[in-house]
Write a protein that binds this ligand. Sequence first.
Ligand code: KG4
Ligand code: ZN
Length: 342
Amino acid sequence: MRRLLAIESSCDETSAAVVAEDRSVLSNVVATQHELHQDYGGVVPEIASRAHVGRILHVIERALADAECNLKDMCAIAVTSQPGLVGSLLVGMTAAKTLAMSCNIPLVTVNHIDAHIYACGMGRASTVFPCVGFVVSGGHTNLYDCSSPTSYKMFAGTTDDAAGEAFDKVARILNLPYPGGPSIAEAALKGDPKAYDLPRPMMRSDKRHFSFSGLKTAVLYAARGVPGPQQLADTPAECVADLAASFQQAVVDVLVFKCRNAIKELGYNRLCVGGGVAANSVFRQQIADMCQKHGVELMIAPLELCTDNAAMAAIAWEYLELGQTADLNADVLPGLIRTGRK
Ligand code: KG4
Ligand code: ZN
């Protein structure tokens, strides 16, 4: 069976995978950089790109070894070309172009957001399209009308912070480690989600888009008081678990509500959810409950394919089948996709 090598380096994970034509994942190596960004509470682009340079060849070699094959067994090289951090994207793109040129095989460029949605269908016998696609990650909180694997139309996005970004920033407020999603989820286990009455931003059916910056500020004020001489410099430790649980519940309420709205408006009865925040267990439970209640089929990415990884670049097979390969002078497109909000 034909195989391709996929490379992902759009943010702070250096990843390579070998994926067969039937979309089975033969290997998927992910080198995270969390420890490098820990002190800054978020990704530092220059540190991220330098770390990709140092790791990418080892990660590719490991992916080939784990799949028990070598470069001459590959029929194409797939790479994330957009969106992401420019330096990070360039490292993956340069490696991919070099391999495609030296092996004389096609290069296929992949959109990272499309790949997050595609991950929902991997390992399933039947197609997941058409569907409402939802990418909820550190960089995006986007809903799409997905009529096919290669045709996604934006339905809604965030007007400020992405959901994962809000988790990361609130973790800083609560003195919890980066990345904020997993550390808030863990702290929340010991907290009461009703302890603080936090806002649920834009939770009205006439508002398609998301906004999380006001919620983040509400957590800051609840933790330390409003700005002024009385404001605390640090969050008192005894508030952390309750604030983490209350914040997590507010985000989940908004995410679930917006998905329900999009399903109603777009008229599909299938929802595909991917991205790092889709790994959150409270979200997974509550989105599943909503889908069950309304007879909607839920396809949520398996945990290992929620956060960034190269296996989801298996979407490249769809482009290969359409003959849509890239030139060796293809460029990266770092910019965020605009939400198109009114
Ligand atoms: O998809 P991803 O790996 O990278 C981007 O494309 O952005 O998502 C990373 C984001 C981070 O903001 C991280 O805090 C969040 O996903 N995340 C979570 C969880 N695991 C990761 N958020 C909430 N709960 C989690 N369990
Ligand atoms: Zn991602």
